[in-house]
Structure formats: C-alpha cells, structure tokens
Design a binder for this molecule. Structure first.
Ligand code: AMP
Length: 700
C-alpha cells in the first residue's frame, strides 16, 4: 500500500510523519527515538554525521559543520566547503532527507518513494524548485510542496471547520519566522496572506543570550570568549539550553570556561525577555502587517495557532494574548504539527487519484493556497518612456493559477530574434522596488512584416508554488522555446533609466524596383509606371532606405545599384525605355534581385511590376521562392492582363501581391512606400544587438 508521507524540512529541525492504518497522522521517530532530527551535518573526516550526532560535534568545533542551510536554498552562489569538497544547499538538504527517509524506512519496515514536503510560505520559485530537486536526489518523488502554515492548520483539523473562520498561524522556528492568515470555509482552506522573515528565529534569541553572557564574562575577566571557536561553540549550546529552561523555570544557571577562567552566571526570565523584546516586537509587527495587507484587524481574527519550537517561550503566548485577545490554540505538538499536516495532505493527494467510493461519509477536505506576492515581468511602458513591472499573476490568486498577457516585441527581418523575460515578484510598478526571480530567454521569435510580433507570455503557478513560463507567438499560436538562464547581479540597475528604445536607429531598407519593359508596356503603361515610381520615391525616407532599379523582359539589366541619392534614382526611373531589354517576357528578375540583396544587411525588398503574363512562369516562381527563403521580400504589382494567381505565387505572401488598374498604380506604390517606411524595424535595446525588449500592450 502507498504510504502517505509528510516531511517538514526545517531550518533547525526536521520531522517526518505518516498516516497509520487507522488513518491517524503519526510522527515517525528517528534511529535514536526522537520525533525531530536536527537539520545539521558534520563532515568528520570521511564520515558524514547527520542530526543529533552532528549537532553534538558542532559543540566541539573540530570538524566542518553545516547548519541553517535551508536559508540558502535556491541561492546558486552558496557553496559549503568541507574536506576538499564543495556542496550546494540542495546537496546538503539531500543528505538530510536521505537520513530522515532512511530512519523512517527502518522504523516502518517499508520503502518510502513519495512524499509531500513543506516550505515556508514566503519561499519563492527558486527555493521551492531547490526543495523539489533535493527530494528527487534523495529518491523521493515530491508529490507536492506545501506551505508550512497550511500544513500546520491541516494538522489542527481546522480544514474541516463548518463556519467561516480566520486563523492567524504564527510560526517561529529556529531560523525562520512566518505568519499567515488562513480562512476556512466548509472544506476549503485558503491562505489569504503570508509574510515572513527567514533570517529571524530562535537562534536570534540564543545570540542575545550569548552576547549578554560574553559581556558578563568580559567584565569579570577582561577576556572575550567569542574569540575562541571552542568556547564559542560551547556557549552556543549553553545559551540554547538556558533559553529552553527559561520556558518552564524563572532562572537558568550557565557556566562559561574560557582561557583557563570559569564564570558562573544566572539568567532570569525577565532579563531574557528584556534582552529580546525587540525581536518579539518584530514578529508582532509582521503579524499585524499580514492582516493590514488584506484590510483586516486583530479583531477579525478568530484564533491564533502556534507552530515552531520557539513558540514555547512564554513571552510569545503573552504577546499574542495582548495583541490579538486570543489565547493560542493547543492540542498539537508545535514541533510536529507541520509534518503531521503534510502527511494528511499526502493522504488527500493519494486519495484524489483513487476511484471515489460509492458511499462516503462527508466530503474530502481540500486545501487551497494563494500566491503570496504578485508575479510579473519587466516591460517597457506604452509610451516607451520607462521600464515598468507588469504584473501577470496578482497577489492572493488561488493556487494553482495561470494567466497570459500579450506583449509586443520589435523584431528584425534577419538573424535570430531573442527576448529576455525578467520574472519579478512584488506589487510596485517600479523596477527598483521589486525582487527578481529569474531570467528566461526566448529565441527564434517569428518576425512580422511590420517588425512587431505580438507574443503571449503565460505564467503557470502550480500547486507546489513553482512557476512555469510559457511563451506563444500570438499570430500562429506556436509555442516558443524558453530557457532559464542566470540572473545577472544588480539587475534592477539596468532598468533604472529610460529605455534605450527611443534612441534606436531604424533598420535600413534596400528595395529594388524591377520593371517589366516588354513591348506591352509601351505608351501609357510605362508612363503611368514611371509616374508611380517617382511618387514612390517622393514618399520614401531615403535617410534609411536605398532604392535600385532593374529592367527586364528578354534580358535582365540592373539600371541602378541601390542608392540613397534621390536625383540619381529619379534619372534612372526617367531613363526606363520600352524594349531596352527585349520585346518579350523570357527573363525573370529574381536571380538578379537575389544576387544584389543576399549579402545586404537590413530589410530587403524586390518590388516587381508587370503587366500581362510571363513565359516559363514555374521557373519564375522557383527563383522567387529562393528570395523568400532568404528573407528577401518580394512584392508583386500587376495590372492589365496580368495573371493574378501568378502574382500571388511570386510574392512573399498574399498580402504582398497587388493587382490594380493603370490609374491605381500611383496609389499602390504609395501604399508600398508607407509599408517600407513603417517596416524600418527598430534596433533592439540591449547592447547585445540581437536581443530586443518587450513593450506592454493594452495598457497592461
Ligand atoms: P523548529 O525550527 O520549529 O524545530 O524550532 C527550533 C527552535 O525552537 C530552536 O531555536 C529551539 O531552541 C527552540 N525551542 C525548542 N524548544 C524550546 C523551548 N522549550 N523553549 C524555547 N525555545 C525552544
């Protein structure tokens, strides 16, 4: 039978629980019979000690010891060095998970293959992914990563409450503080809001005792015990023990040995509480913020639930009673609540996958979490004057959730169009006021004629709180490949000024006008064609456009290589003479266009004007296709008895083929001139020439 396993992978201690044969969640004791295992590793020569033994070794200070590494989950720059080897936070967590999994397997006599693992509610995507990676490396299929306060509330059975209730979950562990407001209604639990400080925990209370005792010792002997690693390690243990004692007794005795001297001290609970009052206030301020953020007050809270070893301290109970008017709930061991809740959620998940029984007693409890922060990306605002944080998934959306926003991206006709997406977390629109979660690079963005591709960017926030980014070309609905890349340091600085977009030069356009000069063009047709071409010239911005002239009929002749000189182009147009390249239509201009444009940078166009039908049309189409596949745009213009289907076949797309009357030629050419001017693509913003940036659409 599948075991429903929940793991509380804690900063200071970890615990593992399962659902027994009677459906009761139970903590599984480790190899020394303890319900919690210290999250500590000791690299003793070739031996790796994990848990209690490692913690004991920490006191001796003889070997490298890794502790509090949960705080560094997701931080790729963190490396722990021990005995010539380097370990990441994921690897350290893997060792710990292997140990607690192994102990639990020995206790249950059964293999563990899957589990629900808990994380602090404020863990972001990288930390959550790192937790999943550690689980996998330890041989555990992580069914779901859930927030610790949610797990705790499930353990208290609050998820089955009939009436709507608001519960504050105050979780003060060894190294982290987390406070959440949960809402219960019938069988649904919602984490309405959650804030935390993952550098605040019982260890800070210990540190205050250490500082206090060290200064007492210094006053007495003129020596600082903190200078010596052994004395310091011993003091660390003593301080924590004293703190725990003060939970039940009024006074604790501590002796410090250092440099041949021994000091004996007594710490009273009142002094301890005075020394740490500001830490306590910090937790209360965050607890009030969690309510304030969602326009709630302490009066709206129906109960307070305590989680984490440090909530045993009497001052926590007193402050909570004072500020919230509620005596904290009792009933579940504060060390075990999270693991027990995780096991219950694991059971829910396993049951979800089973066929529903024909008869059931009551509904199955459901746990719904919400996003704790808005997730967005950096974009250029609509008037292109500033970078802005464009929110895709708003704060407090129920998880799992997903949303898609359209953005426009400037592309170039040639080369690989790339885009960087910087995923953000936070509510502000200002890039300097938010945090950055990741950098995603999208390559091969399809280019559109007008140089603007609309792409849909979707975020999918799954049940474990990790985010997937999906990018689609809006026009073709084709999914684009997204790769995760390293986030540069000081990334916010990059978005402080105004976007470079405004200063960008337009992409250069080179266009060859190819005129059919066969006999059928004599008289009015050529006259009208010249008039249209001269008008085209007038409407073209030659500062970023070069125009060349080709004549063709039985032969092909380049009359003018692409030029930006209006006078020269005008002369070449006026010089066009019927039959100067022969009477019939045996030759086609595409090979000439191809060889003239293939090595030219920027956008390239061949604009081909023809009346009537050409001989050997299939060959013309083949030649034209060679141009299309090299991103040389062929625009065909036909009039008179021109073959419309053939015009479409030689053009790059149906929209690039124009069939008009002789009188309509001038207007058709001006439309094309306009397209060319707008097409002058904008150069990408970044120093890396090929990487463009993205602008908001629809004011979002
Ligand atoms: P956790 O991270 O939830 O395992 O909590 C560990 C923290 O709880 C450590 O800082 C412990 O020192 C602290 N702790 C455990 N028991 C007590 C106690 N009886 N009184 C005060 N703090 C405690």
């Amino acid at each position: 039978m599948e075991l429903a396993i929940g793991i509380d992978l804690g900063t200071t201690n970890s615990a593992i629980a399962y659902i027994d044969n009677h459906g009761k969640p139970m903590v599984i004791r480790n190899d020394i019979g303890e319900s919690i295992t210290p999250s500590v590793l000791c690299f003793k020569n070739d031996e790796l000690l994990v848990g209690e033994e490692a913690k004991e070794m920490q006191a001796l200070g003889m070997y490298p010891v890794a502790a509090f590494f949960k705080r560094l989950m997701g931080d790729e720059s963190f490396i722990f060095h021990a005995n010539g080897c380097d370990y990441s936070a994921i690897q350290l967590s893997t060792f710990l998970l292997k140990k607690i999994k192994g102990d639990a397997e020995a206790a249950l006599g059964q293999k563990i293959t899957q589990a629900v693992i808990t994380v602090p509610a404020y863990f972001k995507d990288p930390e959550r992914n790192a937790t999943i990676a550690a689980g996998k490396a330890a041989g555990i299929d992580v069914m779901q990563v859930i927030n610790e306060p949610t797990a705790a509330a499930v353990a208290y059975g609050l998820h089955n409450s009939e009436n709507k209730q608001h519960i504050l979950v105050y979780d003060l562990g060894g190294g982290t503080f987390d406070v959440s407001l949960l809402e219960y209604e019938s069988d649904t639990t919602r984490v309405k809001n959650s804030v935390g400080n993952h550098r605040l925990g019982g260890k800070d209370w210990d540190d205050r005792i250490i500082e206090y005792l060290a200064s007492q010792f210094q006053d007495e002997f003129g020596l600082d015990p903190l200078e010596d690693s052994e004395s310091m390690a011993e003091l660390l243990i003593q301080a924590e023990e004293a703190k725990k004692k003060l939970t039940t007794v009024e006074r604790a005795k501590i002796s410090i040995s250092h440099d041949g001297e021994k000091g004996r001290y007594t710490l009273g609970r009142t002094t301890f509480e005075e020394l740490t009052a500001d830490l306590m206030e910090l937790t209360i301020a965050l607890s009030l913020r969690v309510l304030d953020d969602i326009n709630m007050t302490p009066q709206d809270v129906d109960g307070v639930l305590l989680v984490g070893g440090s909530t045993r301290m009497p001052m926590v109970h007193r402050f909570i009673k004072e500020k919230f008017g509620h005596t904290p709930m009792r009933g579940v061991n504060v060390d075990e609540a999270v693991a027990l809740g995780a096991a219950l959620v694991a059971a829910q998940r396993i049951n979800e996958n089973k066929p529903k029984p024909m008869f059931s007693l009551g509904g199955r409890a459901k746990t719904v979490d919400v996003t704790n922060h808005s997730l967005g990306m950096i974009a250029v605002n609509q008037d292109q004057t500033a970078y802005t944080n464009s929110i895709i998934l708003p704060k407090n959306a129920e998880i799992p959730c997903q949303d898609i926003r359209p953005y426009q991206h400037r592309t170039r006709s040639r080369g690989n169009n790339e885009l960087e997406i910087f995923m953000t977390q936070g509510e502000s629109e200002l890039p300097e006021d938010i945090s950055y979660l990741g950098r995603y690079v999208v390559r091969d963005i399809p280019h559109q004629k007008n140089g603007i591709t609309v792409i849909d960017i979707g975020y999918h926030y799954d049940e474990s709180g990790t985010v997937q980014v999906k990018v689609t070309d809006s026009q073709s609905q084709k999914k684009l490949d997204v790769t995760i890349e390293v986030l540069p340091t000081n990334i916010a600085d990059r978005f402080m000024g105004s976007p470079e977009l405004q200063n960008e030069e337009p992409e250069h356009v080179t266009a060859y006008l190819a005129f059919d000069l066969s006999g059928s063009m004599s008289g009015t047709p050529l006259h009208e064609a010249k008039k249209a071409a001269l008008n085209f010239l007038k409407n073209t911005d030659l500062s970023h456009c070069s125009i060349g002239i080709i004549a063709f009929s039985d032969r092909v002749k380049t009359k003018l290589a692409a030029s930006q000189n209006a006078k020269t182009i005008q002369v070449a147009i006026n010089d066009l003479t019927v039959c100067e390249t022969g009477v019939c239509n045996g030759a086609h201009p595409f090979d000439e266009i191809y060889s003239l444009l293939n090595d030219v940078d920027g956008r390239r166009f061949g604009i081909v004007l023809a009346d009537g039908s050409w001989s050997n049309q299939p060959r013309a189409v083949t030649q034209a296709k060679k141009c299309h596949s090299s991103d040389i745009d062929i625009i065909s213009i036909g009039f008179g008895s021109a073959d419309q289907q053939f015009l479409k076949d030689i053009a790059s797309s149906d929209e690039d083929s124009f069939f008009t009357s002789m009188e309509g030629l001038v207007e058709t050419f001006s439309t094309i001139a306009q397209v060319l001017t707008e097409t002058g693509g904008i150069r990408p913003a970044s120093k890396n020439k090929k990487r463009g940036f993205i602008s908001m659409l629809n004011g979002r």
